[in-house]
Design a protein around this ligand. Structure first.
Ligand code: GDP
Ligand code: GDP
Length: 464
């Protein structure tokens, strides 16, 4: 069964961006001069296993009406009359505006199924906006990033909830290539898939950090191949950011070459060490950061500080215990190092720690496997439905404490971002929630959804 879906909302919330994503069009509708009649008002669209028509409300905006409110009303009414279901979009970054409430009222009066969508959740500040959206009285907001394709599984589930399971029975089980389509969103044909499809087409960005002499340069050379000349500064890139591209098992990798930076700096300015700012830049550039330790002298103060910085910056960390060729009782040492890792770096549980030797090349495949595994976890997304099923069980098993005679209530959880996973929990008294209870929730999230070895962000918001 096909159906028609209209995307409604005030200007700039991201309607065209979602439209283009669903319709598989690359270009924004930018050339719509008012008065230009469009020959087509709806476009074939798809979202995972759903096939439908998306109504181009941008074309309707030119409907003659003198005021913005009038135009919005005309646009909304036309689109919604034509549609089977409306996606009402707000900008979670900007929060709820008076125009949003006007739309919400119109939509409520129309009596058609409405999905409230809070867009731009890739922006950190969006968490509050997602929760504010509740006040529009249109039910649970679906948190998405139209630009980055986040939350598409939740949007798909909301459409099916609004129109019934039969819409999910796509007439054509084969993926249909739409004109100009770019593989972008939710191509996980499995509708139960919880995660945004893992994009292995883009280069994975890695930085190698560590205190002096742990073996960073040796490791980098071993990874990219000794004789390989550095590709050197790429076009337009200055001397303080050098990256090397290489392939590992067909996977494109972009390595931020701090060692190359230093070599270059040595020649040019006789600098011995990278400045703190350079290290920080490397960390921010990267998705995964390999923190190199010298296995013969691990966990010095500076090692712990660097690892801590990587986690605070929200990167995906992988610990490499280098110079493993010098270690004699390997099993014993490894057990000891792993125990110490949990104890001295308790910020993130389940950190990946891999013994390697940059000099002999041993362990490098295992290291890269850990890099890829951690990168996947770092990109994870869990659907709101699954999260709240878990939250219900977790709070039943171990209820939040009472403060001043009143039990704190934890009501709702949603993942508002990935890279690293970030969650918003709405509760009755965020200020009174003890850290120990937040830790209980974080541990539960890790265990239940396999989010080991990556930083997790949790923000508490008041539910009123
Ligand atoms: P419309 O006027 O509602 O059609 O909004 P557009 O689709 O033209 O988007 C307005 C602006 O918001 C553009 O600059 C988009 O790039 C931006 N935008 C859209 N979706 C997102 C998103 O998910 N995240 C962020 N950060 N920006 C977005
Ligand atoms: P960086 O300052 O972290 O870039 O460290 P380097 O790569 O310059 O290495 C510092 C020293 O450790 C050099 O003398 C290397 O030969 C030595 N080294 C590096 N990796 C290994 C290794 O896996 N095993 C051993 N035995 N020595 C290593």
């Amino acid at each position: 069964m096909t159906f028609k879906l209209a995307i409604i909302g005030r200007p700039n919330v991201g309607k065209s961006t979602l439209f283009n994503r669903l319709a598989g069009r690359r270009m924004a509708i930018v050339d719509d001069t008012p008065g230009v009649t469009r020959d087509r008002r709806s476009h074939p669209a798809r979202l995972q296993d759903l096939r439908f028509e998306v109504i181009d409300t941008a074309g309707l905006e030119s409907a003659a009406a003198p005021t913005l409110e009038g135009r919005m009303r005309a646009q909304t009414e036309l689109a919604i009359d034509e549609a089977d279901i409306a996606v009402f979009m707000i900008d979670a970054r900007a929060g709820i505006m008076p125009d949003d409430s006007t739309f919400a009222n119109l939509l409520r009066r129309k009596g058609k199924p409405v999905i409230l969508v809070a867009n731009k959740i890739d922006v950190n500040a969006a968490a509050a906006g997602v929760l504010d959206a509740w006040e529009l009285g249109l039910g649970e907001p679906v948190a998405v990033s139209a630009e980055h394709g986040l939350g598409m599984s939740d949007l798909r589930d909301a459409i099916v909830a609004g129109l019934g399971e039969e819409v999910a029975l796509a007439e054509d089980p084969e993926p249909v290539a739409l004109p100009g389509e770019e593989i972008a969103v939710g191509e996980d044909i499995d509708p139960d898939a919880e995660q945004v499809p893992y994009d292995s087409g883009k280069p994975l960005r890695i930085a190698v950090v560590g205190r002096p002499n742990v073996g960073k340069s040796t490791l980098i050379n071993a990874l990219i191949g000794q004789d390989r000349m550095l590709t050197g500064p790429e076009a337009g890139i200055t001397r303080d950011s050098i990256s090397v591209d290489w392939l590992w098992r067909e996977r494109k990798i972009k390595l931020f070459d701090t060692a190359g930076m230093r070599r270059k700096a040595r020649v040019q300015e006789k600098l011995e060490k990278l400045s703190v700012a350079d290290g920080l830049r490397a960390i921010r550039f990267a998705e995964v950061v390999i923190v190199v330790f010298d296995a013969t002298m691990p966990f010095e103060k500076q090692d712990l500080q660097i690892a801590d910085l990587v986690m605070r910056e929200g990167r995906a960390p992988v610990l490499a215990f280098n110079k493993w060729d010098l270690i004699e009782d390997r099993q014993e040492t490894l057990a000891e190092l792993r125990e110490k890792t949990e104890r001295l770096l308790p910020q993130v549980r389940g950190l990946q720690a891999v013994p390697i030797s940059g000099e002999t090349g041993r362990g490098l495949d295992k290291l890269m496997e850990a890099v890829e595994r951690t990168h996947r976890t770092w990109n994870s997304r869990v659907s709101t439905a699954r999260l709240n099923r878990w939250l219900e069980a977790a709070t039943a098993q171990h209820p939040p404490p009472a403060v001043a005679g009143r039990r704190l209530k934890v009501k709702y959880i949603t993942q508002i971002k990935a890279r690293p996973p970030g969650f918003v929990v709405s509760c009755s008294r965020p200020d009174a929630m003890p850290q120990s209870y937040v830790r209980y929730l974080v541990n539960g999230l890790r265990e239940t959804f396999g989010l080991f070895g990556v930083p997790i962000r949790i923000a508490l918001r008041t539910s009123e």
